[in-house]
Design a protein. Structure first.
Length: 67
């Protein structure tokens, strides 16, 4: 049985995944250069999804990856 308010969850909280709006500037075979207010290289291994929503690209990644 897993408790939602256990000591382990307080010390090691699970990282959140988010959809972040980005402008894709450049792509290589290993990473994508995006602009989300600042230019950042994001490894493709950390991107778990890409979608186009209302003519804006969004990537699904860990919250800490974007900023």
């Amino acid at each position: 049985m897993s408790w939602p308010f256990s000591i382990r969850n307080i010390i090691y909280p699970k990282e959140k995944y988010i959809w972040a709006q980005v402008k894709i500037i450049h792509e290589t075979d290993k990473a994508i250069l995006v602009d989300n207010g600042r230019k950042t290289w994001i490894p493709k291994s950390r991107i778990h999804g890409i979608r186009l929503r209302h003519n804006i690209f969004e990537i699904y990644t860990k919250e800490s990856t974007i900023g």
